[in-house]
Write a protein that binds this ligand. Sequence first.
Ligand code: LLP
Length: 435
Amino acid sequence: MIIDNHPFFVNEKGHLEIDGADTVDLANKYGTPLYVYDVSIIRNNCRAFIDTFNKLGVKAKVSYASKAFSSVAMLQVMKQEGMHLDVVSGGELFTALEANFPTDRIHLHGNNKSPQELSMAIENEIGCIVVDNFYEIQLLEDLLGKMNKTMDILLRVTPGVESKTHQYIMTGNEDSKFGFNLSNGQAEEAFKLVHNHPSLRFRGLHCHIGSQIFEPERFTAAAERLFDELAKWKEVYGYTPEVLNLGGGFGIRYTVQDSPLSYNIYVESLVDHVKKHADKLDIPLPEIWLEPGRAIAGNAGITLYSVGSRKNIPGVRSYVSVDGGMTDNLRPALYNAEYEAVIANKAKLPAVNEVSVAGKCCESGDMLIWDLPLPEIDDGDILAVFSTGAYGYSMANHYNRIPKAAVVFVENGKDKLVVKRETYKDIVANDLSYL
Ligand code: LLP
């Protein structure tokens, strides 16, 4: 039996399965809370993007936005799948180096890259830096001069396309901390600085309009805005871009309310649009780069929790607390993000009650799911929350000095621990005595 709305099965014991492994066995073996990934889904997600570009015969790079979930094991899988990589910090770049990820397939983002981070990128000869602001142009120019190196760059621009998503994950609108503004001429000013630059090898434009976007038209609208600008640059400066990076943001299903399209539809519609615009401008088709993060990792991950205390307030609601919460999944507290879940050991049983799932942090806002229909709950039950693969572990924190949960990968029935559970010793590892 397949679980409603999510790509997982229930086995003959009535337990939720992930890529052939019984989630109840995983919870017993590794403890909870536990992030578990279905590696086959991760691979299929990568292939949906790459294969569509290949089928269309279009030169493209699909970069995994590693902020969604970065770990050595994850980046090893990305390497195997032929993905490129988007990193946004020295730490994400370091993880890629630890995973032996080919550096020429990495590009660096960030609205405030430090001189150290830029130097690290230059020394390791990464493929490209996506330049975000005037300060960075100057910094990069100075560093490349001192190090006697060159670097491929894209300019990140804000196309002024609003996406219908949470304000905190909206990035393509004009009032944004990211990128050069297209409409007020700042993008053109930046272009004039880097076009024909001896050490900054300007290869094209980047934009990212936000996250959890379902409508292909939002992406094509952004591409259209870029082409308006490129038409001007062609006429005035004779410039033709080699690369158009249209970012990430492809939406996934968290709950039944989300209806994501197959990834090939976004790719096909984007390619179609970019081709039309390139033809109209009479320029060769630029290489198309994308940066999906959530679309690669999100629906492949679940989180397993042990059910603990319960509190029923007659006429108000029933709370059930689990052994994790905003420390392993900050998204509900930060964005009011919604999730669905089942009792992993009762995955076939019908729901009889609505309960609200609380985290264990000392914070009333630490609620994972409100009003979730569930079967009768007993001690020892395991709650499995779906679609936690992106921005769960990567935004995990130590609030209330709670150690970070472990991560397990499962592929074709075989499970492997890929991130160890933290211990209390890890929590105090950097503390120094004052006495
Ligand atoms: N490229 C750029 C330049 C980005 O800023 C982002 C996300 C991505 C790609 C990947 O976006 P995705 O395909 O994963 O939607 N913490 C938030 C999401 C913040 C995303 C920031 N940038 C969340 O949990 O929803």
